[in-house]
Design a protein around this ligand. Structure first.
Ligand code: ADP
Length: 430
């Protein structure tokens, strides 16, 4: 992480410095060139006016750094401030242009000085051409030295930025590394890490509540087991009661095992410690398997289960899907009235398998219905009716449905019954 932050910061600053230096060098070179041209043009126009007023003006001592040349209409040099004996100038591009258009300019190597010069020529009223020129490098001639000079400053800047990026990357990562995961404090971090700290705190809080609930859930059956066993061990119980107590111990042990199994399942789902292998499953077969496993409960409560098998297939994680359907049918029996009814239906549309499990049981109050998927939630009626359970079944169902990218809805009316509807994509979640 630290390396990634450092690399990104370093790369972006180096690119920024390179672009800025390049852009600045272009700008400086351009400005220098424009400035030279403007000065020469300005002086040429001023001198043109002075010469037109006074043809002998060039005899005066002129204060200018520019070279001044006066050429007649045939290209012969009448005057040159820097050299004598100049050849015919009619072939010079700026002179040619000035004769035709009234003015002309050129940036080129001077035949006389062998240096880059800027020339500006204007035609006077009498047909003569006045030309001013000044030493001026080409664009590249200015740009290359400007850039070379900037390279040194650029190198220092890059080194400074690399040091700063390294320091910043360390500073960003330090509070994360030093964070006390068991008890993170916002004061130990910076503002942007506040959501992380909140999440960790929430997670810790949930973990603490989970542990407290687990202990509580396990303690109840263990206390009963211990109580019955103590009575039997002390020999206080009558001979005929011993069998009853042993049965109670057996039932409570089963209850304990079921709770522990549920806790293991939800923990595995939480930690993604499950095998996510998707297989093609026959949903009707899966439902029939669950009904068969629950046969004893169905008979004990004289429940009528209606289910018509249909050939419906889909891809799912088999044992998670089996847990989902088993839990829902088990609840439909557990929370049913004696001689009640459970209707299971299965259908499909283009994308989903839709399963409904409807019972004629005790129902769920409006107040409780939003909480049924919460971990360890059990309605007061489940407690008071002495119906065994961990309160984890529907949490496992919901988790499993989410894993398959499906949906679950619940409709219920107190004392009338409850309907759960599942919609599970037939294809594997991508
Ligand atoms: P458990 O059944 O182990 O208590 P669940 O998570 O399966 O836990 O269910 C949570 C609560 O939701 C149950 O305690 C019960 O109050 C309510 N519930 C679930 N299914 C039904 C149902 N079919 N009819 C009535 N109440 C139900």
């Amino acid at each position: 992480m630290k390396n990634r932050i450092f690399k990104t910061m370093a790369l972006s600053t180096i690119i920024a410095i390179l672009i800025t230096t390049l852009a600045l060098s272009v700008y400086i070179s351009n400005s220098y060139l424009t400035e030279t041209k403007t000065i020469i043009k300005h002086e040429a126009i001023q001198l043109k006016q002075l010469l037109e007023n006074d043809p002998n003006y060039l005899d005066n001592e002129l204060i200018t750094e520019a070279r001044i040349t006066l050429i007649d209409a045939n290209g012969y040099v009448l005057y040159d401030s820097n050299t004598k004996d100049l050849e015919n100038h009619l072939d010079r591009p700026e002179i040619k242009d000035a004769i035709i258009y009234g003015y002309g300019e050129s940036l080129r190597k001077s035949d006389t000085y062998n240096k880059n010069m800027y020339y500006y020529a204007v035609k006077l009223n009498n047909g003569e051409i006045l030309r001013l020129s000044s030493y001026s490098n080409s664009f590249m001639g200015i740009f290359i030295p400007t850039l070379t000079n900037s390279l040194f400053i650029m190198a220092i800047l890059i080194i400074l930025c690399l040091l700063l990026a390294n320091y910043q990357a360390k500073e960003i990562v330090k509070p994360i590394n030093n964070l006390n995961l068991a008890n993170p404090q916002k004061e130990d971090t910076y503002e942007e890490l506040a959501p992380l700290v909140d999440n960790l705190n929430l997670h810790n809080q949930m973990r603490k509540e989970f542990s407290a609930n687990v202990s509580h859930e396990l303690k109840t059956p263990l206390t009963s087991i211990s109580g019955y066993a103590e009575i039997m061990a002390n020999g206080i119980a009558k001979e005929e009661d011993n069998k009853l107590f042993a049965q109670k111990i057996y039932d409570e042990s089963q209850n304990l095992i079921n709770k522990i199994n549920d806790i293991i399942k939800i923990s595995k789902l939480d930690e993604n410690r499950i095998d996510l292998e998707y297989q093609r499953i026959n949903y009707s077969q899966l439902i029939n398997n669950c009904i068969n496993k629950l046969e004893k409960f169905i008979e004990d409560k004289h429940i009528k289960v209606n289910f018509t098998s249909k050939e419906i297939y889909g891809f799912a994680i088999v044992y998670v899907m089996e847990d989902i359907i088993y839990n829902l049918i088990q609840n439909a029996i557990k929370y049913n009235k004696n001689n009640g009814k459970v209707d299971i239906d299965i259908k499909q549309d283009r994308k989903n398998v839709i399963i409904t499990i409807a019972d004629t049981g005790i129902g769920i109050s409006d107040m409780d219905i939003d909480r049924i998927y919460e971990r360890f939630f059990r309605s007061d009626r489940s407690h008071s009716s002495n119906i065994e359970g961990s309160g984890l079944g529907l949490a496992i169902v919901k988790h499993g449905i989410n894993l398959h990218n499906g949906t679950i809805t619940c409709d219920s009316k107190l004392n009338v019954g409850t309907t759960f509807t599942l919609s599970i994509p037939k294809e594997r979640k991508r």
